[in-house]
Design a protein around this ligand. Sequence first.
Ligand code: SF4
Length: 560
Amino acid sequence: MRTLLTTLHSKYIHPSLALPCLAAYCGDTCGELLIRELTIHQPKENLLAQILALGPDVVAFSVYVWNRQLSLELAAALKVARPAVRLVLGGPEVSFENADFFDHCPVDALVCGEGEIPLRHLLHAWNAGLPPTAIAGLQLPGQSAVQVGQSQLENLDELPSPFAAGLVDLRRGYVYYESSRGCPYSCSFCMSALDARVRSFSMARIKADLTLLMAAEVAQIKFVDRTFNYHGARSREIIRFILAHNRRSHFHFEMGGDLLDEETLALLETVPAGMFQFEIGVQTTQPTTLAIISRTTAMGKLYKNIKRLRSSANIHLHLDLIVGLPGEGAADIDASLTDVFALEPHHLQVELVKLLPGALLRGQAVARGMRYDPAPPYRVLATPLLSFAELENYRGIGRLIDLIHNSGRFAHFLSALAQIYSSPVEFYQALYPWWLRLGGFDEPLGLRRQFEVLADFVTHAPGVHEALARDYALAGRVVPGQAPAFFDCALSPGEELQVKQQLKQTLAGRARGENVQHFACVFHHLNSGQRTLAVYFYRSRSGDTPVVEETLLVAETTSP
Ligand code: SF4
């Protein structure tokens, strides 16, 4: 029996951890197992052809919020194209289905919750030519998810390492890694709250896996543990091990910001710059909302710890906020945004709450008056305190924050905004309708157009306008004669001479094989109103990332 384990990623770069774990646990007692990772961007016909070309007897899909629709369509088409193929769906998106699911989806079984035990049980039976017997987590036609419950590995070390088994392609340079499963917290919007019993792999197993990954110099290792530092001593031991053995890998962790203690913070200060990235879910800073969603965060400690991490400047900080939570109106969301901007995260993600199947909040939706899209990703559409238009406003602001703040291309512009706005929230609130009117949300704007739209938006504030121009010149090569209108390229003869002198010096120090191009302009508001000559040198060498150098000079306005 040949079983294909597959999933549809939202991006090619995303690696699957679930499929290799399932294959590792099934071992060689379930017939032949194949893993194929596909993406939702491939045409359905191609996906169907690819799957059928492998000649599977069983196809098992790992189903998530981003691929549910296409996975179900593919399953239906597969059953028509090859009726003998047995179909299994598993993953968070199909773990809470009623018995009637089987009436409109021609699958043979669903795997609910953690998949290793029920999938192995099912495939083992089918491979032996037997009907599967009942087991927790295996939902067969006529049964509901509630009836079958879920099963979990008591001892995670029973799951053979998919990395040691060679089931994960390390050459992709990006792996998901789990050192634990479950989360001790109970936030009502989150599926991880359903698995409150945290289980960790043994420290020996974690170290063996990490040794293998670090020795292979995997570029990005993303810990998917829901709250990596739920246990301080455990997380410190892993961090110390990484610091002692890492070669070139970068690590991403999801951290409980308020759980960091002094010993951990001191250890984190020793992490080399650029090696770690932390994602810290703030979600809301409002105490009433926190209470409603059963989220226990010590806010004072969270602020203090994030500020300390930020002041060390060695760890990239990614903070998350969720909009549309129960009990929150626009003023509460603005307050949360203001609080989080004050923490100066490198990256701020602002998203509307999703009412995910199985999550506590979904069950409370009617009582709380929350309306949501019934199709994935189940985004909130209205609450008693927020209309659809208000939520849409915050969704747009989230997109603008991503484009402007998170891209890192607008550093001078964002700093200069303090000249005209009392807070970043005020700026984004003002920019949203402007961007909307210009159709900026309808189709992605190219980089130059983004800058031009922002330049038009701040023409009344020349200092901010010039800060934006500076960011543009630093973001990529400006071709003389084709510069956007927000540059003043009218140089005096004296300034032309200054540029020639700068160019001569730069070319004299040029490295072998290096190409140097330049662009010059004048600014009038950067340096206390003094005319400033800016010269940008763009150095490039085949195979290397181009480098931009900025030289600001007091302008020589007179003729030589
Ligand atoms: S939001 Fe984070 S802390 Fe809360 S239950 Fe989910 S994973 Fe745990």
